[in-house]
Design a protein around this ligand. Structure first.
Ligand SMILES: NC(=O)c1ccc[n+]([C@@H]2O[C@H](COP(=O)([O-])OP(=O)(O)OC[C@H]3O[C@@H](n4cnc5c(N)ncnc54)[C@H](O)[C@@H]3O)[C@@H](O)[C@H]2O)c1
Ligand SMILES: [Zn+2]
Length: 375
């Protein structure tokens, strides 16, 4: 895999899901053409844009102007910034605002924001009038490579994250990589954990490319577009083969069983962002695979070395304020949705780019491993 000198504008990745197939377009400055694209897709449509306060301040005017230039009227629905907006009260407000804006069956919802907005607006779109079509305009790296693709939408229950939701595919994803220029570095880096994840779970060549080119991905330009396109192609392929996660799609959870437990153990606070927890979770998944004799120590070291090189945490001691003990972590792992009838399900690796689903992991083995890591 070589570094493209100039990305063809835009890169288009198709998600082949039969009657629900859609395109992901990736490129710098694509927001300016949003109205034109929507007009081609759905002539005569009305639009409601859902965003959060931060993204609205930075990019909502440009989105509205792009729609207006194509003669499309839009209403704006702006919610508070942050994970807290994935709750019932905000979901209710968004649904009511969509109805009040007289958005009907032929119309579109546009989710302009990170994963929080994509999940919330997508679920509102799935629910109002038993399903409205929606367009994802992801504005974080995490959303461009992960949450905007694949159709998982939802909000959080008081009992756990993402427990209320629906599969609802967007009709179009427009990933404007220039929007990431305003993203705080820490959020960009956290999103990068998901980028590395695609290489580590199934694409060793891409991982080797990232080892050489990650600085250019951070800097913007064609390497960024290329990396996002590779991730979207990877996810699109997996989603097309297993839309409802009965098998292969679970591989996308590499690093997420340990990661979610750590995130929950930090109270889903700013102490540990989702992507940071995923980086740590990936490092632990590789070490746990080593502990089970599946890989060589050099492979686990290589994965962790790259994550650490970009500034992501890879050791439990990297978490500011410390982590809960092994008992608490085991309880959190057991509560995770990837647990079936008492045995733990883990995504483990046989090497870089060779993840697999292990359905039968003995809790005592995980506990022994964590005890050692926490020492
Ligand atoms: N549906 C899925 O398949 C899927 C997959 C992974 C994660 N998720 C969900 O995604 C959410 C996390 O997504 P996220 O990390 O994008 O969080 P987020 O949406 O909260 O965005 C992170 C922060 O960046 C700000 N922001 C967004 N775009 C910006 C921009 N261009 N410039 C400046 N600031 C910007 C936001 O206001 C927020 O403060 C979680 O709720 C998670 O459950 C869903
Ligand atoms: Zn994730």
């Amino acid at each position: 895999m070589t570094v493209p000198l100039r990305a063809p504008e835009p890169i288009v990745v198709s998600v082949p899901l039969g009657s629900r197939a859609y395109d992901i377009t990736i490129g710098r400055g694509l927001l300016a053409n949003l109205g034109q694209r929507i007009k081609e897709l759905r002539p005569g449509t009305r639009v409601a844009i859902v965003s959060d306060e931060t993204v609205a301040r930075l990019h909502l005017n440009a989105a509205e102007a792009a729609l207006k230039a194509a003669g499309i009227d839009s209403a704006r629905i702006v919610v508070s910034t942050g994970e807290g907006s994935k709750n019932y009260a905000t979901f209710e407000n968004v649904c009511e605002a969509i109805i009040a804006a007289r958005v009907e069956r032929n119309d579109l919802i546009v989710a302009l924001g990170g994963g929080v907005i994509g999940d919330l607006a997508g679920f509102a779109a799935a629910s109002v009038r038993r399903g409205l079509d929606f367009v994802q305009v992801p504005t974080t790296l995490l959303a461009q490579v992960d949450s905007s693709v694949g159709g998982k939408t939802g909000i959080n229950s008081r009992q756990g994250k993402n427990l209320i939701g629906a599969f609802h595919q967007p009709v179009l994803v427009v990933a404007d990589t220039a929007l990431l220029d305003t993203l705080p570095k820490r959020d960009f880096r956290a999103g990068y954990a998901e980028v590395a994840k695609y290489g580590l779970l199934g694409d060793a060549k891409f991982f080797a490319w990232l080892e050489k080119n990650w600085q250019d991905v951070f800097a913007g330009g064609p390497a960024r577009e290329h990396a996002i396109a590779v991730c979207c192609r990877g996810k699109a392929g997996i989603v097309a083969r297993d839309e409802r996660e009965t098998g292969e799609r679970a591989l996308l959870n590499l690093g997420h069983t340990f990661g979610h437990a750590l995130e929950a153990g930090c109270g889903f606070s700013d102490r540990l962002l989702h992507g940071e927890a995923v980086a740590l979770g990936i490092a632990l998944a590789f070490e746990f695979s080593l502990h089970r004799g599946l890989i060589a120590a050099s492979e686990a070291a290589r994965a962790a070395t790259h994550l650490a090189a970009v500034g992501l945490p890879t050791h439990l001691k990297d978490i500011p304020g410390g982590v809960p003990g092994a008992d608490a972590l085991m309880d959190l792992i057991a509560q995770d949705k990837k647990v079936k009838r008492g045995t733990l399900i883990f995504i483990l690796v046989r090497g870089i780019g060779q993840a697999f689903v292990e359905n039968n992991v003995d809790a005592a083995d995980v506990r022994a491993f964590l005890d050692r890591k926490l020492r």
